[in-house]
Design a binder for this molecule. Structure first.
Ligand code: ATP
Ligand code: MG
Length: 368
């Protein structure tokens, strides 16, 4: 996907912005609090329907205004798309693709991979951060997965409610159990497939953006044992079924589900050591960026086109040589990137577009 033009109106501190975008690396430079992250937030909102900074849409509205508007023109696989997001106090949020109102499931929605400074928590934070990373990615890749996850959250609520009410000997619990096992196994299998692709691709990327010869390994960590070297849908279903039977007393006593994809994790190892326990701040940042880059490559492998990469303040905290390596990687990449920075190292960026962000306004900077 290549974004060709963006229009933003009355969004955060941006009153009006209408900008042609460069097909490769776009660098947004500016002092603090000028609107750099706001630009990425607008694109992310257009893609995913929610912000990465707030769940309250009203906060996105420019102070004292009553409506905001985001539009992007982009192309992929020879398709030309106009996506618009309109928000106003009465009608709330609505998304339009080529002038038709649409939902999240539209295949022509903008696809993005986002890196923010909070992604340090992807490595050292709770398992839910890593599950969300995988789920966000899979939901953009597969409509079926989106339904699976939505169904799962309903079914787990039902299951927990029946456990709480001590109604485990009922017909309805048996039915819920069957759907729970089927949905869980499908989710886990999709996640494992993606984790395997990430595992295959991350190392090559890590080598390119990191200067020390370190090895990364990514493994899906199940919340129940699988007594087989091979994994497929039936094996997962059987093992989950067995585990539930063996631990039913425990679940009855605790009155909640103690197993399932909502409790799984993704283990990331650097040189055979768990990164969340051993990696330094800079290492965690480099691993997180490698994972996001691997997500982009995985997306392309599965969908045959690239999503757009949004990188907020990725250079901060990286040492000079890593900053240069990462910028050079993005300069040479086949996908499009939007990168914000207060300052960038003095390297040749003639193959990128530089913009100056000042008080919510954007100005293309000539190369110096
Ligand atoms: P930094 O380098 O510190 O990350 P930034 O350029 O990324 O800065 P943004 O996060 O994009 O800055 O925010 C820019 C400004 O937008 C801030 O001054 C903030 O107060 C302002 N802002 C946030 N929400 C709104 C809003 N709803 N209406 C008007 N201004 C807002
Ligand atoms: Mg910012």
């Amino acid at each position: 996907m290549r974004v060709e033009n963006i229009i933003i109106r009355n969004f955060r501190n941006i009153e009006i912005l209408n900008q042609e975008i460069f097909p490769g690396l776009n660098i947004f430079i500016g002092e603090n609090a000028q609107g750099k992250t706001n630009i990425l937030e607008a694109l992310y909102l257009l893609a995913s329907g929610t912000s990465f900074r707030t769940n309250i849409d009203f906060q996105l509205l420019k102070f004292d205004e009553s409506a905001f508007y985001i539009k992007a023109r982009y192309s992929y696989n020879d398709r030309a798309i106009n996506a618009e997001l309109k928000y106003d106090l009465k009608r709330k949020k609505n998304v339009f693709i080529n002038s038709k109102r649409t939902g999240q499931s539209n295949i022509d929605r903008l696809r993005v991979v986002l890196f923010t400074p909070d992604d340090l928590y992807l490595i050292k934070g709770s398992p839910s951060k890593r599950r969300n990373f995988i789920d966000f990615s899979l939901k953009q890749i597969s409509q079926e997965y989106r339904y699976l996850i939505e169904n799962y959250s309903k079914i787990i609520k039902k299951r927990n409610l029946l456990l709480k009410k001590e109604q485990t000997n009922t017909k309805s619990f048996k039915l819920v159990e069957e759907i729970f096992i089927e949905t869980s196994a499908r989710i886990i299998l999709d996640r494992i497939n993606l984790v395997n692709i990430l595992d295959e691709t991350t190392n090559a990327i890590f080598k390119e953006i990191n200067y020390s010869p370190s090895k990364l390994k990514i493994r899906y960590a199940l919340s129940f044992p699988v007594d087989s070297g091979k994994i497929n849908l039936d094996i997962l279903k059987n093992c989950l079924f067995k585990h539930i039977k063996n631990n039913s007393d425990n679940e009855k006593t605790r009155k909640k589900s103690l197993v399932g994809p909502h409790l799984d994790d993704i283990n990331i190892y650097q040189d055979e050591k768990l990164a969340r326990q051993y990696a330094s701040q800079g290492q965690q940042r480099t691993i997180a960026v490698s994972l996001k880059l691997a997500e982009i490559i995985a997306f392309k492998k599965i969908k045959n086109y690239y999503p757009v990469f949004l990188l907020d303040e990725v250079l901060a905290e990286l040492d000079e040589s890593k900053k240069i390596k990462l910028l050079n990687y993005l300069l040479g990449a086949d996908f499009q990137s939007f990168l914000t920075a207060v300052k960038i190292p003095g390297i040749d960026t003639t193959n990128a577009a530089r913009f100056l962000v000042e008080n919510g306004c954007l100005k293309r900077k000539e190369q110096t």
